[in-house]
Design a binder for this molecule. Sequence first.
Ligand SMILES: [Zn+2]
Ligand SMILES: [Zn+2]
Length: 196
Amino acid sequence: MSYDDYDLNPLRLALDLASLGGGTLSFALLIDRQQLMLTDHGYRPEQDPRLERALAGLGGQLATALGQADDDGFFDQLAALLEAQDCKPQLTRHDGTAHLHYARDGAPLARWLSTMAVSGLVLYACRHGRSRLRRCAAAGCGRWLVDTSRNQSRRYCEHACASRTTVAAYRARQQDHARPSCPVPLAQPRVSCTGS
Ligand SMILES: [Zn+2]
Ligand SMILES: [Zn+2]
């Protein structure tokens, strides 16, 4: 894992939870996407309805915070969410690299994930603001993503969404070409090049 991963993993978890809360990512897919991080930390999540309810509830709050129109509303909601977490920052070197955990190792998974996600989003937003946090622009997706591209041009959450959009745009263009072109107005304004 690179330094960036340590920085961004908690943020990505928060964004996945917001997508779960907003109904654009399933619980099973969220667990699948976080599998490596979870097993790295000794957790083996299963389809647990209580965990799902807890995370979907937090995810809904994260989605509401991220969806705020103005920065004041966003940071107010974030502050309230942070206050509601049972955070106890821990310096850990469990994998040989010093990094922060936000609850003790072995804490109940819902708490361990919630503290990490909210703290991760707060740390990121205090440092970088939220201009790079956005929803995927692909039709029918809308998952939250962090745009880490140099020129802030990323619009899609993953390659599949980008290529689906490209194919759809291509097909739309093809259909436009297949249709008879716009009728030429019969009475075109006469424009004389030579003047009269
Ligand atoms: Zn760790
Ligand atoms: Zn997408």
